[in-house]
Design a protein around this ligand. Structure first.
Ligand code: UDP
Ligand code: MG
Length: 309
């Protein structure tokens, strides 16, 4: 039995050597075969050079190097496409997902005879209150509005067996929200709870802008509810409008209400419904943009170089 480790790396020169040593020492004590796939996602620092020297010493290390920075999700998708193991474990390069858990994950997978073990973050240390709060909120929101029941507080750290990997690789859509697609694929999946550690060294490679894009991709690819929001707002609009028409009629034929003033209320109605219309247009644009991306059929990533593959 072989387990493939899939590890995306973007500008990880500060951690990658230590991370590799830690992973290797865990794997040495395991009774299964393994391969490690590092995906260099267009790093601008010396990450690729370090990966080259690691791969030169260890034939069990494979490296995929992208032609530029395509993002974390495409890097994971590339790893899943190229891995050869009977199962794969996806984890981060910064050791926030502790490799010491690998033997337990594999054991749980075998003992419970399931297709996947997904890792749920029971606690996360070393991350800002802002990140923790927005992440907690996001996972609950997307689970609530999504058409699939997505587990909360679950990232890409998980084991998936060959059956699931092959089904996942068959999906022809763009892989922008892998944790969701994994749930969508189905089969028997069980959770395992763990504590997420702080980053070993260096800065996060997920600044707020990338986080927001990632969250939008997740929501847009897993629910059409925001689009229905336009319909609901439209209905509400009509109801309010009917009330207003009634009010106008009464005002016109009743001598007790002055009809000349009304500038303020008209302004409010214009500004408010103008905002609602722009919001709905923006939502349409978001979905249309994704349809546009899918229609172009560009690949998720381009591999410039492979080592030991
Ligand atoms: N990563 C990547 N491409 C990117 C951004 C991040 O391959 O464009 C990798 C990064 O090297 C790390 C993993 O994705 O292995 C998670 O990134 P990070 O730890 O910076 O995110 P955080 O844990 O802060 O959310
Ligand atoms: Mg991290």
């Amino acid at each position: 039995m072989t387990i493939s480790l899939i590890i995306p790396c973007y500008n990880e020169e500060e951690v990658i050597k230590n991370s590799h040593e830690r992973i290797s020492s865990v794997l040495k004590s395991c009774d299964f075969e393994s391969e490690i796939l590092y995906i260099n996602d267009g790093s601008k620092d010396s990450t690729l050079g370090i990966l080259e020297s690691i791969a030169a010493e260890d034939p069990g290390v494979r490296v995929l190097s992208f032609s530029r920075n395509f993002g974390h999700q495409p890097a994971v998708a590339a790893g899943l496409e190229k891995c050869a193991g009977d199962a794969a474990i996806i984890m981060d390069a910064d050791m926030q997902d502790p490799p010491e858990l690998i033997p337990q994950i594999v054991e749980k997978w075998k003992n419970e005879n399931v297709n996947s073990v997904y890792m749920v973050r029971a606690a996360r240390s070393g991350e800002s209150l802002f990140k923790k709060a927005t992440a907690a909120l996001f996972y609950r929101l997307i689970n609530w509005i999504s058409e699939v029941d997505l587990p909360v507080d679950t990232g890409d750290f998980r084991l998936i067996d060959r059956l699931m990997i092959d089904e996942f690789n068959k999906l022809e859509e763009r892989k922008t929200y892998i944790r969701g697609l994994m749930t969508w694929v189905g089969f028997d999946q069980v959770p395992m709870y763990y504590e997420r550690d702080p980053r070993l060294a260096g800065e996060t490679k997920y600044p707020l802008s990338k986080m927001i894009r990632f969250a939008m991709n997740g929501i847009m690819s897993f629910t059409k509810k925001p689009l229905q929001l336009a319909t609901h707002l439209g209905l509400l609009n009509i109801l309010v409008g009917l009330g207003l028409v009634l009010y106008v009629f009464i005002s016109r034929y009743s001598s007790r209400i002055e009809t000349v003033p009304g500038w303020a209320s008209i302004m409010i109605v214009i500004i408010f419904f103008g905002g609602v219309q722009l919001l709905c247009l923006g939502l349409l644009g978001e979905y249309l943009g994704r349809v546009f991306d899918e229609a172009k059929k560009r690949p998720d990533y381009i591999i410039q170089r492979t080592i030991n593959l």
